[in-house]
Ligand binder design. Sequence first.
Ligand SMILES: Nc1ncnc2c1ncn2[C@@H]1O[C@H](COP(=O)(O)OP(=O)(O)O)[C@@H](O)[C@H]1O
Ligand SMILES: [Mg+2]
Length: 262
Amino acid sequence: MDEAIKENIGLEINNISRFFEIDSGELKVLNNINLDVRPGEFVSIVGKSGCGKSTLLKLIVGLDKSTQGEIRIGSRLVDKPSIECGMVFQEARLYPWLTVEKNIEFGISGKVDNEKKERIAEYIALVGLTGFEKAYPAQLSGGMQQRASIARALIGRPKVLLLDEPFGALDAFTRINMQNEILRIWEHEKRTMLLVTHDIDEAIFLSDRIVILSERPGKIKEIIPVNLPRPRDRSNNLFLEIRKKILISFLGNSELNIEYYI
Ligand SMILES: Nc1ncnc2c1ncn2[C@@H]1O[C@H](COP(=O)(O)OP(=O)(O)O)[C@@H](O)[C@H]1O
Ligand SMILES: [Mg+2]
């Protein structure tokens, strides 16, 4: 086993519920979620809008507190954010007064020496932003801003990386490029990744397992393993069979015109 794998850590979600107090009473968003993610595993979470996916990631990264249950990253009980767990949010969240380069620099701690400068350039190239180092967020498209925020999360090499619909704002081609890059990084460093996505093909392309959440309050409805060699061919029959299984889990057999979807 190489060093990167040995160093890696997993994630334990034990009995997590999150209820919000709102004007009309209590809003039950997540109900009794149990999930273990192995060190180095790639798990995707899919579920309808509003079922609590972002809420779950915020609990894992330590930005919110659960009503019930506990989360562990490695052996550490999560009660606040920590550098070992990084997150890419649905929206870019860049500092508008800093350039692309300076925003990405925020993802690494300590003094910026030559080695770190090289690393910044490497990650800017990785997300296809070479030439835009000195640009400010307002001068970039939404997709470019999101790519800068992905570089900022990756550059700190967190052991667990949470991705909340990170490619939603990207065009189809950039999206596929970014999926390939994430796969390459994951295969190289084997860090633990948890991806929330609406894109079923994206989940199948990347994941070891796909967790399907029910409508609010989000519960785990089904976990579908994807035992296909990587890189995966999106037109392969086994790939399409898994897609069908996921669609049936969402829509039920009767509403699914299978011919249409595959
Ligand atoms: N801080 C909060 N206070 C009250 N309700 C919240 C809060 N955060 C999220 N919610 C509600 O929880 C539900 C799930 O939100 P979210 O986790 O963002 O869904 P998803 O990411 O699956 O689309 C929504 O109905 C949302 O309005
Ligand atoms: Mg969300």
